[in-house]
Design a protein around this ligand. Sequence first.
Ligand SMILES: Cc1cc2nc3c(=O)[nH]c(=O)nc-3n(C[C@H](O)[C@H](O)[C@H](O)COP(=O)(O)OP(=O)(O)OC[C@H]3O[C@@H](n4cnc5c(N)ncnc54)[C@H](O)[C@@H]3O)c2cc1C
Ligand code: SF4
Length: 485
Amino acid sequence: MIIEALDAGAGQYPVVVIGTGFGSLFFVHRLLDLGLGGPILMLERGAFRSWDEQLADGRNSNPPPQDTFIASGKPKQWNFTIGYGGGTNCWYATTPRLHPNDFRLKTLYGRGQDWPISYETLEPYYTIAEEIMDISGPDDLNIITPRSRPYPQPQHKFSAVDQVMKRAQPDRHFGLPTARARVANKQRPQCCASFRCDLCPVGAKFTALNGLAHIMQHPDVHVLLEAEVLELQRSGSTSISSIRFRHAGREQSVGCDICVLGANAIHSPAILLRSGIEDPLTGRGLNEQLGYAVEVLLDGLQNFDGSTISTGANYSLYDGPFRAEHGAAIMVFDNRFPFGLRQEFGRWRETLAISIALEEELLDENRVTIDREGRPVVHFERHSPYAETGIERTLRRLPEVLSPLPVEDIKFKGVRKTESHLQGTLRMGSSRDDSVVDHGQVHHDIRNLIVVGTSTMPTCPAVAPSLTAAAMSLRAADLAFGKRT
Ligand SMILES: Cc1cc2nc3c(=O)[nH]c(=O)nc-3n(C[C@H](O)[C@H](O)[C@H](O)COP(=O)(O)OP(=O)(O)OC[C@H]3O[C@@H](n4cnc5c(N)ncnc54)[C@H](O)[C@@H]3O)c2cc1C
Ligand code: SF4
């Protein structure tokens, strides 16, 4: 429930959660499932904005993300939502799992680092997260990302282009898993392919406001909005005793037994740095995939008859020994026309847009620091040669991958400004030398501090990260309060 202020007597909570995005909400969802006694406090910097308000205003976030940090280095857009629900509001709801080999990049290909957990460890939590979000997906994707249970919803309807690709490449071309409803459920209507998913006009995608609405209504969850966390205060060197935040124009503190930090990959490290909780990797390695787009002109094949914004995922360039030299690529086949329709009479649908996202490597110089006033400073210097080489190499292989289609021309349409997937600044790992948090997302030094969200991802696989962040949060809650896996 939303509270207007902390009760005079509420000086201490067993659990205080910072932020209300993917990482935080899935953690709290699991705590409620586990029946943890006692209230949970959620401190959220932004306001609650109903979907109608977001639609009327034409934006998710207030304040806009770029007003919450200082940019330094090369110009680079970082995209996120400050507000109740965090990135569940603005996301496009694409939900592939990571590839099992994404967890073993160092062992298999000598790049980056291995995750401290395996695909098999996370698999049961993927299925729970997919059920909570009522994901639509293809069960034959099992051959790439093995599953213990079928997808909750059937996959979206392929476009004619996907059908040709699927016939020719049954083990490489699949329906794209997504939290955009294929069939209506109690909370959401069917997706009608209207292509503006950050502000979905019909409410067809999963958000905190539909699929996890019960969290905000729960009497044991106290949500304090417009409460910006400034600092974590310590008792001794190994635990957080209280949290300092600004609410209603005044600074206050609240005590906690356990602190869960999920303020996104820019603001979570900034909070730790302001608190003097730093080790050499805190804030380092800010990253997201390097994305580009191509327009494929088709000869005689009419596109755009799929049932959602993006319908196909092609894994031809995803995994293999080449990952020793350049990043993996996921090719997402769009069912929309960002580059317009064809001009020629009768051929306006003979075109296809493909979004290609490349695996990135974490570079220390891309990082979050704070200035003298404690404001986050985002330094972006460059994309890695690992990702950049991937553009040229994958472009070269596109004609071969697209050979089942009647291709007239493939046009490179440029690198995208952002993939909207910031991650990596508080990475998880097996020791202090390679990470900030351990395999259960507990800070190596501060043992009552659990970090959730995409900031903990130790590598940057090609696919979108939020399903994985959600699954990791469910597991972190189990490890901290319930089952041990
Ligand atoms: C336009 C867009 C499209 C996207 N599409 C996809 C997609 O299709 N698939 C996918 O997997 N991902 C997608 N993403 C990315 C996805 O939104 C993020 O991966 C995800 O939200 C990260 O989760 P998180 O918990 O780390 O952070 P968030 O979800 O960003 O949550 C952080 C929370 O912390 C709060 N906060 C910040 N600072 C403070 C503070 N000082 N005190 C208190 N609270 C604070 C924020 O208000 C927010 O509620 C998209 C993002 C955008 C912007
Ligand atoms: S494609 Fe349209 S209906 Fe479907 S989730 Fe996106 S905006 Fe909503």
